[in-house]
Design a protein around this ligand. Structure first.
Ligand SMILES: Nc1ncnc2c1ncn2[C@@H]1O[C@H](COP(=O)(O)OP(=O)(O)OP(=O)(O)O)[C@@H](O)[C@H]1O
Ligand SMILES: [Mg+2]
Length: 269
């Protein structure tokens, strides 16, 4: 657990709405993320959690509302521009480059920060080669901090599931973000893998000075990690507060925490 929200938000969402034809997947959502905190977003299947991430990262454009990141209006920016500004994510269904090596998965992400100028490359091949070498070394060092250096030359697709999840987080952090969005990172993990993930999230938050948004159905992980939690239901904010407030909120218990039999994916409590 971390900082109390005394500084200005790093990201603000105001009256965010996303409609898919008739369906309002998000409706008038307001959200403030404070630097250095871990903010949970929870709610039943179809509540709009992934849609929120898709809007924040420019994968889809909102229908209405404003998203501000570090004081800049990013509402209508597309994914590459938003990634360059420092928002990174992982996906609910792992999206690694499966037929590339672990090392290349990280190198591709690094290139977002260190684009080579083609004219410079042609004019000075020697410099280019040494930059390439430096990049590879940086990628290996980055993998090492995630305990993945030994896997550098393996194809991503051949890694065990939990390791693929770890690589996805490593790759997201290779872009040098200040805000990291994790969409169900513990999905499919057993208890000991989830405990390791818990520790890893705390470690990377500190090491990379991150603000983190955690979408998860595993309530032990959410309650144990988050400073603040927003509950979505049918695209609207149902509640917001600290873990203890959320745990005891009657509406949240009725719509999510206490009705596991009605859900496809039960909240693990
Ligand atoms: N591209 C799309 N086109 C049409 N409808 C969509 C699209 N993406 C999401 N939806 C709908 O929007 C609603 C919210 O979906 P979303 O994936 O954001 O939910 P979620 O909270 O992430 O759920 P889960 O916990 O199952 O991952 C759902 O009814 C979903 O079917
Ligand atoms: Mg989702």
């Amino acid at each position: 657990m971390n900082a109390s929200p005394i500084s200005a938000p790093i990201l603000s969402v105001s009256q965010l709405t996303k409609a898919f034809r008739g369906l309002k997947a998000l409706q008038d959502v307001n959200l403030n993320l404070f630097p250095g905190t871990i903010h949970g977003v929870i709610g039943p299947n179809g509540a709009g959690k992934t849609t929120l991430f898709n809007c924040l990262t420019g994968q889809i454009l909102p229908t209405d509302g404003v998203i501000t990141f570090k004081g800049q209006d990013i509402t209508h920016l597309r994914a590459p521009a938003i990634a360059k500004l420092g928002i990174a994510r992982t996906f609910q269904n792992i999206r690694l480059f499966g037929t590339m090596t672990v090392l290349d998965n990280v190198r591709v992400a690094q290139q977002l920060r260190t684009r080579f100028n083609l004219v410079e490359v042609i004019a000075n091949v020697g410099t280019f080669r040494s930059k390439e070498k430096a990049l590879t070394e940086a990628a290996l060092a980055h993998l090492d901090t995630f305990g993945l250096a030994a896997e550098a030359n393996r194809l991503a697709i051949n890694l065990p599931y939990g390791t693929q999840r770890r690589l996805e987080i490593a790759r997201a952090l290779a872009t040098g973000p200040s805000l990291l969005l994790l969409d169900e990172p513990a999905a499919g993990m057993n208890a000991s893998e989830t405990d390791a993930l818990h520790q890893m999230i705390l470690d990377v938050q500190k090491r990379f000075a991150l603000t983190i948004v955690l979408v998860e159905h595993d309530m032990r992980l959410v309650m144990g990690l988050c400073d603040q939690i927003t509950v979505l239901s049918y695209g609207k904010v149902l509640a917001e507060g600290r873990p203890d407030d959320i745990r005891q909120n009657q509406q949240v218990i009725e719509s999510y925490l206490g009705v596991s039999k009605k859900r496809k994916t039960p909240a693990k409590v």
